[in-house]
Design a protein around this ligand. Structure first.
Ligand SMILES: C[S@@+](CC[C@H](N)C(=O)[O-])C[C@H]1O[C@@H](n2cnc3c(N)ncnc32)[C@H](O)[C@@H]1O
Length: 183
């Protein structure tokens, strides 16, 4: 999907939460904390056009799995074109991650990479997503989330054991990357 089509999705559907796909600089910051040598299960919330998805697949072990949760059916169609057996696509909201992992006996993720537009998701849903993610993550592993403002920092700090903040200035708009660790 071209950036201009992504803009069209934003105009049609406010749940997209961004006007332009993630830049390669932001993608780099999002996947930098991942220990790809050991990670066997990675979850992605809100993959959109699949820019981050493809970058993860490029670095992932041949025996690892990437499970993505996306609610926009146009993006789902695009994601289905990625030809990689390690990728599992669910047209479900991120809130369903724990249930899906459980039902499919997929185990606990090493990392959760999220582009969810938390600022426009209702508060109680965000709390469910963050607490559910903390519960499913393996110990010593992290949720990596980008945002355009520092407004969620307090929330991440309350929910996780340690939070690192990185800056990705070359992106439309510039973004903050939160690496939220479970000890
Ligand atoms: C900022 S966009 C993703 C941008 C993506 N990284 C890219 O470069 O294409 C956010 C995505 O989150 C999805 N989304 C919003 N709420 C969601 C939810 N509750 N569960 C799963 N996906 C959701 C939107 O449909 C959208 O694709």
């Amino acid at each position: 999907m071209k950036p201009i089509q992504f803009l069209g999705q934003f105009l049609d559907n406010k749940q997209v939460g961004a006007v332009w796909p993630s830049s390669k600089y932001l993608i780099r910051q999002m996947i930098k904390p991942i220990d790809f040598t050991h990670a066997k299960l990675i979850i992605e919330y809100g993959p959109g056009t699949g820019n981050i998805t493809k970058a993860i697949l490029k670095k992932m072990r041949p025996d690892a799995k990437l499970i993505v949760f996306e609610i926009n059916s146009s993006f789902i169609e695009g994601l289905k074109k990625i030809d990689d057996k390690r990728l599992l696509i669910f047209n479900f909201p991120a809130e369903m991650a724990a249930v899906v992992l459980n039902e499919h006996h997929l185990g606990s993720p090493d990392y959760v990479v999220s582009s969810l537009p938390l600022a426009i998701i209702p508060n109680n849903t965000v709390t469910r997503i963050l607490s559910g993610t903390y519960a499913i993550l393996k110990t010593g592993c992290a949720m990596i989330q980008f945002q355009y403002s520092p407004s969620s920092l307090g929330r991440f700090k309350r929910m996780f054991d340690r939070v690192e903040v990185k800056f990705a200035p070359i992106n439309v708009p510039p973004a903050l990357v939160y690496v939220c660790w479970k000890k």
